[in-house]
Ligand binder design. Structure first.
Ligand code: BYC
Ligand code: FE
Ligand code: FE
Length: 475
């Protein structure tokens, strides 16, 4: 179904047929806009931005481009087309018809997951509130704003489900989604990573590479849900997510390219010399990767989780690509072998029910997917004739959630004494000096076609436009 843009709230869910729901959402809309003005991109309300807006949910419709002022962006409710006669793909009710309503007995589990998903979306916009001021180019500024408006829309996607299916509780949760704030001492966002500041563009690229990729995996598993409206809304969100990860992967790739250029010019890889030329030395980049990767790993929850087992058993949350990647969709007897610390400085193998290990199944798939960008960046480094390689740290390193939480290990995941861990952290994570240096590079470049000195230009512009196109007109 195409999207009806004549409505106050653009949608393809026939909102005008349900007056009560429409009124409730129209009541929430100004609260969202107030939140956007206060917590969204700071100081860019009057800028004209070259943005992509969905006009339909099929392949042709979802990428139509035009110049928009962000507060006028048409946030709306878009579900991917229904799959006729879709059946439940996993868990205890495998093979039964999917649900158009939430079964009462699973209501609180669904609500909790939808709220958690919804909470991350505005959180990321809040984290990126000030970044526009220090953009390395208008091309990058436009990409930041594209990501921001889409995360705003992802919030709408979850708020629609809360309003349409969870009655009064759902409406209250929708208000709370605007009341918690990233990093707030009293009312923080729910998940750890979404309270970390993103105050420079290197962090932004790491976040879109690693944290938006958690989004990809969580949305893929919710897209398998037996609750069909949730599955359909997540399926559409995934089409937007691809661009967010593209921004991260190409952003880091361009940082690497620029650094390699200067390494060649100077004939050195000494950090101090490179910093003298205003580029980001590769060991510094590695420390940023260590930080955001380890933080994002926590977003998958504990290795052994009864919440995860319940979500799988009840058909609430499946595995990414459940239908095509697995033979056994019920997993009643299957087990999973999990390396865990034995409490005596060694590692043991625990055999747990596969259902209880679903968070870990997702995390393993995520780690594999995260390797792809590193291979590409390392290819550039190799071609330039250097031995240095970027690496993902061990999944045991610097964890705060799950079996490895607060277990001191090095980047390879070897146990070390807590004292050694503390002492060596400056080798592994961005130091205050690293952050100050990166911050010093963050100077706004806003001439069309020009790039900051620490990042190479992208291979191409947006939607076949040139790199010197004025992607954002600052008014
Ligand atoms: N920080 O059984 P456990 C995205 C809590 S990103 C703080 O281990 P469970 C995006 C957990 O909530 C995708 N708390 O884990 C990206 C639970 O608390 P309660 C977001 C944490 O429940 C970029 C307790 O620990 N979507 O879209 O199986 C930009 C024990 O939990 C953390 C989703 O996450 C943490 N890291 O799994 C914009 C999908 N980890 O309830 C957007 C929905 C765990 O006992 N959420 N806890 O108080 C879920 O599927 C699950 O809630 C989780 C946790 C996978 C997050
Ligand atoms: Fe999102
Ligand atoms: Fe995203």
């Amino acid at each position: 179904m195409s999207i009806d843009y004549s409505q106050k709230i653009p949608n393809n869910v026939n909102l005008s047929n349900d007056r009560t729901l429409q009124r409730a959402l129209e009541h929430w809309q100004p609260h969202f806009l107030d939140w956007w003005r206060e917590m969204g991109p700071h100081d860019f309300a009057s800028a004209d931005v070259y943005l992509r807006t969905a006009t339909g949910v099929d392949a042709q419709g979802w990428a139509s481009y035009g110049t928009v002022k962000m507060p006028d962006y048409r946030w709306g409710i878009f579900l991917a087309d229904a799959i006729p006669e879709r059946k439940i793909g996993f868990g205890d009710s495998f093979g039964e018809p999917v649900w158009q309503q939430v079964p009462g007995e699973f209501r609180s589990q669904f609500r909790r997951l939808i709220v958690t998903q919804g909470d991350t979306e505005p959180a990321s916009v809040e984290q990126q509130h000030l970044l526009g001021h220090t953009c390395p180019s208008l091309y990058d500024l436009r990409n930041l704003f594209q990501v921001n408006v889409e995360e705003g829309r992802h919030l709408w996607a979850m708020v629609y489900l809360l309003h349409a299916h969870f009655g009064r509780d759902g409406r209250e949760e929708a208000e709370e989604l605007l009341a918690r704030h990233s990093g707030d001492a009293d009312k923080p966002r729910i998940l750890g990573t979404f309270n970390e500041p993103i105050s420079d563009w290197l962090s932004f690229f790491c976040f879109t590479y690693f944290t938006d990729r958690d989004g990809k995996f969580q949305l893929k598993s919710l897209a398998e849900s037996s609750f069909d409206p949730l599955a359909r809304t997540c399926r559409f969100m995934l089409t937007e997510e691809a661009h967010h990860m593209f921004v991260g992967e190409t952003g880091i790739g361009r940082v690497v390219r620029r650094t390699l250029e200067v390494m060649k010019e100077l004939g050195t890889d000494v950090a101090q010399a490179l910093r003298g030329q205003g580029v980001i030395d590769l060991p510094l980049l590695q420390r940023y990767l260590n930080f955001w990767f380890s933080s994002s790993l926590d977003l998958f929850g504990s290795e052994v989780s009864s919440n995860a087992a319940g979500s799988f058993a009840n058909g609430i949350k499946g595995r990414p690509d459940e239908t095509t990647q697995y033979q056994d969709h019920v997993c009643t007897d299957a087990t999973y072998e999990l390396p865990t610390p034995d409490g005596k400085g060694g590692v043991q193998t625990e055999k747990v029910s596969l259902r209880n290990a679903m968070n870990e199944v997702l995390r393993v798939a995520y780690v594999r997917d995260s390797e792809i960008g590193l291979k590409r960046w390392n290819m550039q480094i190799q071609k330039a004739g250097h031995d240095f390689r970027l690496k993902l740290p061990s999944t045991r390193f610097r964890r705060s959630i799950g079996a490895w939480a607060n277990v001191p290990t090095d980047l390879e995941g070897r146990f070390i004494a807590r004292e050694e861990y503390q002492r060596r952290l400056p080798e592994w994570l961005p130091t205050p000096a690293d952050r100050t240096y990166v911050q010093s590079l963050m100077q706004r470049v806003s001439t069309p076609g020009k790039m900051a000195g620490w990042i190479a230009p992208p291979d191409r512009g947006i939607n076949n436009l040139g790199l010197d196109y004025e992607y954002v007109r600052l008014n």
